[in-house]
Design a protein around this ligand. Structure first.
Ligand SMILES: [Ca+2]
Ligand SMILES: [Ca+2]
Ligand SMILES: [Ca+2]
Ligand SMILES: [Ca+2]
Length: 447
């Protein structure tokens, strides 16, 4: 081998070695962490019309300076929501009046409540996949699950709109966390799921829930979770319910709301064009005239205009019983007064000969006497409600619901010629009437 050939061989060997080293280097820097997941994550799905590209974290491997997208790795995927709900909300179904181009109630612009599953201005297109009828929230140790049921799927199939919830952690009416999922697919995915918070506490403007436009606020200004990108890549997910094609399910980690156990929440469904976190509350961003109304009786505002293709629910409580005064809370049904038993009590006694009918220290107590309460006053008593037998101290106690009763001792325990007659007693709910005593004595003397 002459020196030229030797130099060329050496050059080729050097280039080959360099290439091998570069290859080894690139392979090692693009290896993804090997935390196992039980199913494919963050792959685009064709079901439900999902056209969201896979979420990637751009990284630049050392030495190569070539951007290699690395799929987000998930370590924890939501499971199945617990069977029992902690909190449920029903919402108006507007399909019944959709042919009349109007909502079935349930819309109150002034209090941030919308029932607008229609197109703007004409309201001649009704969107059943934007019409919430029921929502339920449950949680386990790790996750909060919300199921949002719509009237039906999109005519083209699936639920290709934006669905989510708003959480008011301190129950002041000012929403604190907004989670929205766009075009959920059949499996739990973080794709399309975003979470915003309101760090400067101006959602709802001066008066949360109440309308006070024009808004000079930024609403939910901070995006803390963007389709798997955030401090916790597993924080929030969505899917179409595997058991109900008309329901969207969202799941988020309880840590996302600081493991708060007392809050209010409500659900939203809207067209993507209407979702703007800076617009919360929508009745601050729009004026009533601009927004319009889906209620034909509000002739000044009907039909819906700028604020269209939106449905939401009133809010309900988790972890406490609402009083009805919480801002945005659903109507609280009046609590029926609990029915509490009351009592009528007294002593049955014998005052001997000429002893009168007043109970005193010398009275002899009669045990085993049968005391009864009949319904109504003694003017015209009704049937026997309850009876009691006097104890060794002559004492009796009748347990009765609130009402007026005629109380007497029957049969008479003493064959005497003087006795206390039947007595009327009125008992309030849970109240007690005492000293309804019955005495006996025999009269001896000149009549
Ligand atoms: Ca509805
Ligand atoms: Ca709040
Ligand atoms: Ca407001
Ligand atoms: Ca804000």
């Amino acid at each position: 081998m002459n020196s030229y050939k030797f130099r060329r061989l050496a050059l080729w060997l050097g280039v080959a070695a360099l290439l091998a080293a570069l290859l080894a280097c690139a392979t090692s820097t693009t290896a993804t962490p090997t935390i196992p997941v039980s199913e494919p994550i963050n792959t685009p799905t064709t079901a439900g019309g999902d056209n969201i590209p896979p979420t990637t974290v751009p990284t630049v491997p050392e030495n190569t300076q070539t951007a290699t997208p690395v799929p987000i790795v998930h370590t924890l995927i939501p499971g199945e929501p617990p069977a029992s709900a902690l909190s449920e909300i029903t919402d108006r179904n507007s399909s019944t009046l959709a042919s009349e181009h109007r909502a079935n109630g349930g819309d109150s612009f002034t209090t941030n409540l919308y029932e607008r599953s229609f197109n703007a201005n004409t309201m001649d297109t009704y969107f059943q996949d934007l019409d919430i009828i029921r929502t339920r929230l449950s949680h386990d140790d790790q996750w909060v699950y919300v199921n949002i049921s719509l009237v039906g799927q999109n005519p083209a199939g699936g639920l290709p709109e934006d669905y989510g919830i708003e959480v008011d952690l301190n129950v002041d009416g000012r929403g604190d966390v907004l989670l929205m999922a766009s075009k959920p697919g059949p499996k739990w995915l973080t794709d399309g799921v975003r979470v915003w918070v309101d760090n400067n506490h101006d959602v709802g403007g001066t008066h949360p829930i109440q309308s006070d436009p024009p808004a000079s606020t930024d609403g939910y200004e901070t995006l803390i979770f963007d389709q798997g990108i955030g401090s916790d890549s597993d924080a929030a997910w969505a899917r179409i319910s595997p058991t109900d094609p008309n329901s969207v399910q969202v799941a988020f980690k309880r840590s996302l709301i600081n493991d708060d156990e007392k809050f209010t929440w409500g659900a939203w469904a809207m067209n993507d064009s209407m979702l703007n976190p800076a617009w919360f509350d929508y009745n601050d961003h729009f004026t009533a005239a601009d927004a319009g109304s889906p209620l034909v009786e509000l002739t000044q505002f009907y039909p819906i205009k700028a604020l269209a293709e939106v449905d939401n629910t009133c809010r309900w409580a988790v972890g406490f019983t609402p009083t009805g005064n919480e801002p945005g809370i659903c109507p609280v049904p009046p609590t029926p007064t609990p029915v509490l038993p009351g009592t009528i009590s007294g002593i049955v006694f014998d005052n001997g000969i000429n002893g009168g009918l007043v109970f005193g220290p010398a009275s002899m107590r009669i045990s085993g006497a049968n005391v009864r309460a009949r319904s109504g006053g003694c003017g015209s008593p009704g049937s026997v409600v309850t009876t009691a037998t006097t104890n060794a101290s002559g004492f009796y106690s009748l347990t009765v619901p609130a009402g007026t009763y005629c109380v007497d001792v029957s049969p008479s325990p003493r064959p005497t010629d003087h006795e206390t007659g039947p007595q009327s007693a009125t008992v309030t709910n849970g109240g007690s009437v005492g000293d309804v005593n019955f005495g006996y004595y025999a009269y001896l003397g000149i009549r």
